[in-house]
Write a protein that binds this ligand. Structure first.
Ligand code: DC
Length: 211
């Protein structure tokens, strides 16, 4: 069973993916961490994330242990990640890893939950279930600023909103694998829902679909 979850940043994909993976005993891959890891690797050695050749080299030499670095979650990493994620060669280099994860989930699991931007459209077009999780810009920016403040960062709502819109525009308007709901995805708007309600709605849909 493959559950593909796509959507913009801070819409609640990650939380939902983790809960669904635990519920159905599936492996979980946050595909954004791959793009973040490529970006972080470049930033650490002072490279410009806009340099496509260097970005490709960073993607080709990515190791699994680089996906667990806490600095992956930093805003600067996220911003650089959306730059390398717009590059076709980088996406190609990361595609095999994601497909292999779906085909042979680690830990002997019988399937996987993968969240990202192009999982239902490009990475796993034959996924058992496709969810497109979204929320209004304002709600997502509020959630993200609360998250950053909780983590001790200095987050200013207006700046978070602006950064998020810029990043979403880059993710949605790029020519390769843009953020878009698959035709056969169900859209879950989480603007007025808490994490429990999102999980319940997703579970009901999935159980009906696989029933
Ligand atoms: O979901 P996130 O914020 O961790 O993603 C980081 C960046 O990577 C973001 O700009 C979107 C991009 N991304 C992508 O292009 N395709 C994916 N499957 C996952 C993330």
């Amino acid at each position: 069973m493959i559950i593909a979850i796509d959507g913009p940043s801070a819409a609640g994909k990650g939380t939902l993916a983790k809960r669904l993976a635990a519920h159905f005993d599936l492996a979980h891959l946050d595909s954004g961490s791959l793009y973040r890891a490529v970006a972080l690797k470049m930033l650490r050695v002072g490279q410009d994330p806009a340099d496509e050749d260097l970005a490709l080299a960073a993607a080709q030499t990515l190791r699994p242990d680089e996906l667990a670095d806490p600095a992956l979650r930093e805003e600067a990493t996220g911003k650089a990640a959306s730059i390398v994620a717009a590059m076709a060669p980088v996406r190609r280099a990361l595609l095999d890893f994601q497909r292999a994860f779906a085909r042979t989930p680690p830990g002997g699991k019988s399937g996987a939950v993968i969240d990202g931007r192009d999982i239902g459209t490009v990475v796993c077009p034959d996924a058992t279930v496709k969810l497109f999780v979204t929320a209004s810009d304002e709600v997502r920016a509020r959630r993200r600023s609360e998250e950053l403040q909780g983590g001790g960062g200095i987050a200013i709502y207006a700046r978070v909103l602006q950064d998020m819109r810029e990043r979403d525009a880059r993710d949605s308007q790029r020519s390769v694998a843009p953020l878009v709901a698959a035709d056969d995805a169900i859209v879950l708007d989480t603007s007025d829902l808490d994490a429990d309600a999102v999980f319940a709605a997703a579970l009901e849909y999935i159980n009906r679909k696989i029933g």
